[in-house]
Design a protein. Structure first.
Length: 128
C-alpha cells in the first residue's frame, strides 16, 4: 500500500471517519457491527437475508445478545444501516493465517457479487 494511501487510512481510523462494512449480519456480524458503532464508526451491515436487513433498518435486533435498544440507538443516529448490496468486500480467512489468495478466489467464485472493483483504500479485517 502506498505511503500516502496508508496514511490517509490511518487518519480515517483515528478520527473515526472510516466507513465500516460487515458482511453477514448473524450472531458474529451484528455484534461486531455494534462494537464498531460503540467505537465511533458508521457501519453498513450486508446480508443476503432481506428479513435481517429489514429488521435492522427498522431498528430491531434478532440476536439475543444484542438488545433492540442498542440497535435502535445506532440506527436512529444514522450510524448503522443494512443492505443486501454486496458492493463492499469482506472475505473470510483463518484468524492465524497470512492472507492467501485462495480464499479470495473461493469467495469470488462462491459469491460473484463480491467480484466488484474497489475504489480508494480499504482495510479488510476478519474474525469469526
Amino acid at each position: 500500500m502506498p505511503q500516502d494511501t496508508r496514511q490517509a487510512l490511518i487518519e480515517k481510523l483515528n478520527n473515526r471517519t472510516a466507513r465500516v462494512a460487515v458482511v453477514g449480519m448473524g450472531y458474529v456480524g451484528l455484534p461486531l457491527a455494534v462494537v464498531f458503532n460503540e467505537a465511533g464508526f458508521t457501519v453498513t451491515g450486508i446480508d443476503l437475508d432481506a428479513r435481517k436487513v429489514d429488521l435492522l433498518n427498522r431498528a430491531e435486533s434478532y440476536i439475543l445478545d444484542v438488545p433492540t435498544a442498542q440497535v435502535a440507538e445506532f440506527v436512529n443516529q444514522g450510524k448503522l444501516k443494512a443492505t443486501t448490496d454486496y458492493s463492499v468486500v469482506r472475505i473470510w480467512m483463518p484468524f492465524r493465517s497470512v492472507c492467501q489468495r485462495r480464499y479470495v478466489r473461493r469467495a469470488t467464485r462462491t459469491y460473484p457479487l463480491l467480484s466488484v472493483p474497489l475504489k480508494g483504500s480499504r482495510l479488510i479485517c476478519t474474525r469469526a
